[in-house]
Ligand binder design. Structure first.
Ligand SMILES: *[C@@H]1O[C@H](CO)[C@@H](O)[C@H](O)[C@H]1NC(C)=O
Ligand SMILES: *[C@@H]1O[C@H](CO)[C@@H](O)[C@H](O)[C@H]1NC(C)=O
Ligand SMILES: *[C@@H]1O[C@H](CO)[C@@H](O)[C@H](O)[C@H]1NC(C)=O
Length: 326
């Protein structure tokens, strides 16, 4: 009994010893990797040669401007020039934005900062919309010709198996387009795709391929703003579906697409009459054809993000080089 107890004690002791040795080893390893406060100094003196470093402070912390220090005088750190975004007088800054004003908060901060604007708005200095039509007969400029896709009057598009599709990524109950959808679905079948609906097929060109099976496509913008007409419209056009639009005014849409090409939701006083009209078109190919005939005379060009945008800026800068802008 006593022997058993002493064996137990010695076994306990040996495991304590192993644990202690293990702990000391671990400590040793940890100490090896602990940062040594004194190793900071040699790092500085290594670069204490004659080389010059210019450090750009891109943004002052918390946006509060502070006078930049003189590293040599204060800390004996020589060869350092601190600078905060120097702006040569001749350099032009371009404001490029493809969101709507509703999703671009805090713009007032940039008042008087930029020289040129590049947006989807026709009154931008550099105007490049999400897409545009090119009349077929006109000899378009090189870039437009290379990427423009001719539209066809598809007789088969009159016999599409499905009625209305809607692809939406940012579903929000407060949006007018969601309210419109709730109304419309009381009168006809609307197939919803995207985060809030059925999954989208994978691959590039997936939306256009999907929408090609539908007669109508809901091209509903997230907010109504001048010229804010996005790829939603052009996806419908490319797919040969008739776009049902909600966004800026009808007149605004008609600057981008011939009037028979679309159905502004606002043309109808309520969704019941609107839904009935779509169903009537579905049953009435001759009426429907009137909304697709225009296609034969146009090609569509969708500038690709962001390659064409950068290159278009470059062309614009070349044109305005040496000229004051604003
Ligand atoms: C999504 O919708 C909400 C509500 O309208 C809006 O606050 C948010 O900015 C939107 N997000 C995008 C990426 O558009
Ligand atoms: C919808 O509008 C049509 C005419 O534009 C009208 O006859 C009908 O009563 C309206 N329906 C509702 C529910 O307001
Ligand atoms: C660009 O805009 C800034 C800020 O308004 C202005 O100071 C600068 O002179 C402008 N530059 C040119 C080249 O127009």
């Amino acid at each position: 009994m006593r022997r058993a107890a002493s064996r137990l004690v010695s076994r306990t002791c040996s495991s304590v010893c192993v644990a202690t040795v293990g702990f000391v080893l671990l400590l040793g390893v940890c100490l090896l990797y602990l940062p040594d406060p004194f190793s900071l100094e040699p790092l500085v003196s290594v670069s204490d040669d004659n080389s010059e470093v210019t450090l750009l402070i891109w943004m002052h912390p918390f946006g509060q401007y502070r006078k930049l220090p003189h590293c040599g005088g204060l800390y004996g750190i020589e060869g350092c020039t601190l600078t905060d975004k120097p702006r040569p007088r001749a350099q032009k800054w371009v404001w490029m934005n493809y969101e709507s004003p509703a999703h671009t908060p805090g713009l007032w901060r940039f008042e008087g900062v930029f020289n040129l604007t590049m947006t989807y708005r026709t009154d931008s200095d550099i105007f490049l919309p999400y897409g545009y039509l090119i009349p077929r007969g006109r000899r378009a400029k090189g870039l437009q010709n290379r990427y423009a896709r001719p539209l066809h009057v598809l007789s088969r598009s009159l016999l599409r198996p499905r009625l209305v599709a809607w692809v939406i990524s940012n579903w929000s109950e407060s949006q007018a387009r969601v309210a419109f959808y709730y109304q419309l679905r009381r009168y006809l079948q609307v197939d919803v795709f995207g985060r809030a609906g059925r999954p989208l097929p994978a691959g590039s060109g997936n939306v256009v391929r999907l929408v090609s099976r539908y007669q109508f496509y809901l091209a509903l913008e997230n907010s109504p703003h001048t010229d804010y007409i996005t790829e939603k419209l052009w996806n419908a056009v490319l797919a040969g579906a008739v776009p049902v639009v909600l966004g800026p005014s009808r007149q605004n849409y008609e600057r981008f697409l011939p009037p028979p090409g679309l159905y502004p939701r606002r043309r109808f006083s309520n969704c019941s009459s609107f839904g009935r009209y779509l169903l009537m078109l579905k049953r009435n190919p001759i009426q429907l054809k009137r909304h697709l005939d225009w296609r034969g005379s146009y090609s569509v060009h969708q500038p690709s993000f962001w390659a064409e945008h950068y290159c278009t800026v470059c062309r614009a800068v070349k044109k305005t080089r040496g000229k004051a802008t604003r």
